[in-house]
Design a protein around this ligand. Structure first.
Ligand code: ADP
Length: 207
């Protein structure tokens, strides 16, 4: 099954291309890759930015960690190899969304630099926007919106990022949102302003 590689396959292009789709949508497709510890605010920011963009008539869509693990990646766990495969599949899906012209937000811890670099490598320059949702472990643990830190401290969740598994900070993200200092609204406004400033909210935006 998984180890049987498909052969004799050719990429099949359609009659229209990404520029036509982007012109129809009035925006540029991109993947906005949110990375950060559990509880740093990735999902909160992603769904709020999605709502704001849709309110402005833009097509945005959030690919969320838990939701993807319910379906596409339900056969994967949290070992380093499974985390790598989790990220690889998500990046490939986000790339399809990007080719559709959608502003796709991914909300995954994605703790390993190499995995994020591999995701970025799938995209043309400008199509991948890495956003570091920065908050220290103490802040995230203080929030603990899903009670996961408490369980991890009790030894009930093995390989928990920030507690018993590493988080490798981004070295050159396009944007940093320090949610230990910013309000949700400030973080959301900063991300929307970034996308607007870089031309993503217009089909004629800079490439
Ligand atoms: P993650 O998706 O990174 O695991 P969540 O979005 O599920 O994190 O949880 C983050 C928690 O932190 C939420 O309860 C949210 O209300 C709170 N929070 C406080 N300040 C911020 C901020 N500036 N940005 C995002 N979330 C924040």
């Amino acid at each position: 099954m998984a180890d049987q590689k498909a052969t004799n396959i050719t990429w099949h292009g359609g009659h229209i291309g990404r520029p036509e789709r982007e012109a129809a949508l009035g925006q540029r497709g991109a993947t906005i890759w949110l990375t950060g510890l559990s509880g740093s605010g990735k999902s909160t920011i992603a769904v709020a930015v999605e709502a704001e963009l849709v309110k402005r008539g833009k097509l945005a869509y959030v690919l969320d960690g838990d939701n993807v693990r319910h379906g596409l990646n339900k056969n994967l766990g949290f070992s380093p190899a499974d985390r790598t495969e989790n990220i690889r599949r998500i990046a490939e899906v986000a790339k399809l969304f990007t080719d559709c012209g959608v502003l796709a937000f991914t909300s995954f811890i994605s703790p390993y630099r190499a995995d994020r670099a591999a995701a970025r490598a799938l995209f043309a320059p400008g199509d991948f926007v890495e956003v570091y949702v920065a908050a220290d472990v103490a802040t995230c643990e203080g929030r603990d919106p899903k009670g996961l830190y408490q369980q991890a401290r009790a030894g009930k969740i093995p390989e928990f990022t920030g507690i018993s598994a590493p988080y490798e900070e981004p070295e050159a993200p396009e944007l940093v949102l320090d949610t230990s200092k910013q309000s949700v609204e400030e973080s959301v406004n900063a991300l929307v302003a970034y996308l607007e400033g870089k031309g993503y909210l217009s089909a004629q935006g800079r490439r």
